[in-house]
Structure formats: C-alpha cells, structure tokens
Design a protein around this ligand. Structure first.
Ligand SMILES: Cc1ncc(COP(=O)(O)O)c(C=O)c1O
Length: 400
C-alpha cells in the first residue's frame, strides 16, 4: 500500500500538467473574445451591432432542413464511407462540370467535417515537421495555426491593397526558403474578399510546378462572389489541392460539412487519414446537403448572395465616406477589410473603444496577420441592412 502510494505520488510529481510547449504559439481567435465581450455587454442591457461574426445570418435554407429531417426519420444516422456519400460526391463533381467546365472524378472529392476538417487533413497529408508553407498576411487565422500544429512554419507573405491583397510570384519568391514545401492561398480571401484571377492562378501554378511546391487554394467563398468570372484553381492546375465547404454559400455552418479535392495520386492516403481522423463527416448533414443542389434551393441561395451584394455596396459607400480605406474591389465573401489609420494606429484599441462606447463589434486586423494588422479592421456584413445602418450611424457619431 505504502509502495503504491509513493508510486502515485511520483507520477504526480513528474507529470507536467501543461500542454506541450509548442502549442503556446497557436494563437486564440481574437474575434471570439470580441464576441464574448459583446455578449456580456448585451446581457447588461446594451444593444450591440455584430460586425465581427464570420457566418451568414440566414439560417439553413428550408429544403436542406427538410432533407436533414427526412434523413433522421429514415434512420440514416450511421457512419458513411470515410470519403463521404457517393451521391454527394457526384453532385459536387457535377457542380464543377456545370460551373467550371471541369471533369473532376468523384473519387478525387472527399467529404470532410467543414473546410476546417479538410484543412487539417491536408495539413497532415502535405506538411511535415520543419516544413515551410507560404501563406498571405493577412489570411484566415486557423491556417497558420494548422501549419504550426504540424511543427512546421507558416511563412508570411505580406500583401498590399495595390495588389488586391493577393500575392504575385515575386512576393512568394521573396519569402521562400529551402524549407518551403507549398503555397496555401484563398480566393476569395478572408478577411479581404479579394480574389485570384485566371492569369494570377496560372502564374502561381506555373511557378509552384516548376519549383516542386504543392499549391492549395481555399475556395470556401465560391458562390458568394460578386464578379462574373471566379475561376477555380483546378481550371488551370489539375494537380492543385482545393478546400471548399457547405458553410458559407450553402449556409450550413453548424452542420459541419465541407470537401476537398486532391490529385489522383493522393486519394488513397487522404482516405486513410479521413478514416483515422474522423471516420466520416456527419451522415445527417451529408443527406441534407444533397438537397443543396436542387434548383429550388439554388434560387434561395442565389437570392441571399444578392442580399450580400446589396449590403456590400452599402458598406463600401458609407465606410469610404467616413474615411476608411477599403480594397479596390470586394469580389466575394462578406467582409470589408478596412484601413482605419486615419483614426487610429492601434486597431485593437479602436475596436475596443467602438464596442465599449458605441456598441459596434468589429474584429481587429491582428487576428489575420502581422504586416499592417495594427491599422486594419474586419467588418462582416452578416447582419441585416437595418443593423448595418445603425452601425454606420454609430461609427459616424464616434468619428465626428
Ligand atoms: C477562409 C476560410 N477557410 C475555412 C474556414 C472554416 O470553415 P468551415 O465552417 O467550413 O470549417 C473559414 C471560416 O470562416 C474561412 O473563412
């Protein structure tokens, strides 16, 4: 007994009680603390306008909800194949054919738990210890953290307004090292809403091929774009990796459903990773998502995109009039990435003041990168026009 106790004590003494040290560099989402503070202020009776949230304010379209309910009633609640329902992969393949004129075999499409699950899987598939991955600054914050979780290094490529916050080959070359293994981009990008056009994608594809680097493009905001021509990277590079999701255009954030497209040679390993990492994406969500491709659902989703376009136009006009400097064109997604240097050189302090004193919740640029983060903000137009008008009136009062 005494022996047993002392062994237990020894265990207690040697166990660290701390997460692994490398995880200290994985940064929390600042937007979450903004949301929490906004919630506290609301509980105390304040009316807050939410421009910090990165998800559509519309709930899931009714035909998708009905299909989800029907799947539950029919007892379709088991695991699916790790790569997802064949019918759903077929629908996605069909969408690539109709929208981009591409023949993507359903075999190359893997259904994932959100784009997040897809990005994590690809991080395991493509990134090893010590590798460098070129990403833009600013970019969606999880990307650099997923790379760090692989004990690899995000290699930040500062991008500027004059170049639509997207990188040129020269920008990438400037940050490239011997450790660099790949380039991870997003089009449209979060937080900037800017895209890579066909010629940019072609140049990036040619350079990465020549240099033996993989190319990954996060296309999660496809469908929520306001330009006529938004190419998928697969149109210019059949061996690129693509991430996409049912969260944004399809309005299914909480269902946790996305997909990736991988080149033929990666299918087997990607499937093995999926089997081990999460077995399958939610079966109910997958059955529900089958209804997302029906014409009646597309009408609903497209009309929501048009509402986002109206909001974008309103915000661009009003914020520019107030003195913020915005991207030359917000071509997709539902964010305004605004330069607030006319008012402050500390975006965190600026956001805090706007929230505490004026009830407008926004995300400081420091969530998305380092380069000019201190003078940048992200405002999401994922709230009603009436709420946006209140936000603008409050900002006008604050900045008068
Ligand atoms: C660029 C980008 N990629 C991935 C994600 C994750 O999305 P999901 O809900 O599909 O996991 C987001 C979410 O905001 C995003 O903005």
């Amino acid at each position: 007994m005494t022996q047993e106790l002392s062994t237990q004590e020894n265990v207690a003494e040697t166990r660290s009680g701390q997460p692994r040290a490398a995880l200290a560099s994985v940064t929390p989402f600042r937007v979450m603390s903004v949301m929490q503070r906004a919630h506290e202020l609301e509980c105390a009776g304040n009316q807050i306008v939410h421009l910090e949230v990165g998800e559509p304010d519309f709930s899931t379209a009714q035909p998708i909800v009905e299909a989800g309910k029907a799947a539950l009633d029919a007892g379709l609640t088991q695991y699916t194949a790790a790569t997802g329902l064949a019918a759903l992969r077929g629908k996605i393949s069909e969408r690539y054919r109709l929208q981009h004129g591409l023949e993507i075999s359903p075999e190359r499409i893997l259904i994932t738990p959100g784009a997040s699950g897809g990005l994590l899987l690809l991080a395991h598939l493509l990134v090893g210890q010590g590798d460098g991955i070129l990403i833009t600054d600013p970019a969606y914050p999880c990307v650099r953290n997923f790379i760090k979780l692989r004990d690899a290094s995000p290699q930040l490529v500062p991008v500027v307004r004059a170049a639509s916050y997207q990188p040129s080959v020269e920008d990438l070359m400037a940050q490239r090292t011997d450790a660099t293994r790949g380039v991870w981009l997003a089009s449209p990008n979060n937080p900037t809403g800017t895209i890579l056009d066909r010629s940019q994608l072609s140049a990036l594809s040619a350079w990465t091929r020549r240099e033996g680097l993989h190319l990954l493009v996060d296309e999660i905001y496809h469908g929520l774009h306001f330009v006529d021509d938004l190419p998928s990277v697969l149109e210019v590079d059949d061996s690129a990796f693509v991430v996409n999701s049912f969260s944004k255009y399809f309005g299914m954030t909480g269902w946790r459903l996305g997909w990736i497209v991988v080149p033929e040679a990666f299918i087997d390993t990607a499937r093995t990773l999926a089997q081990n990492m999460y077995i399958s994406a939610s079966s109910i969500a997958q059955h529900a998502a089958l209804a997302a491709f029906e014409p009646e659902t597309q009408v609903i989703l497209d009309s929501r995109r048009e509402e986002f376009r109206r909001r974008r136009d309103y915000m661009v006009e009003e914020l520019t009039a107030l003195g913020f400097v915005l991207p030359q064109e917000i071509a997709g997604a539902f964010y305004v990435y605004a330069d607030c240097s006319k008012f402050s050189d500390d975006s965190e302090a600026f956001c805090k003041r706007m929230l505490e004193e004026y009830g407008v919740a926004m995300t400081p640029g420091t969530d998305f990168g380092d380069a000019s983060a201190r003078t940048m903000l992200r405002l999401s137009f994922t709230t009603s026009m009436a709420q946006l008008q209140i936000a603008i009136a409050r900002l006008r009062a604050a900045l008068a």
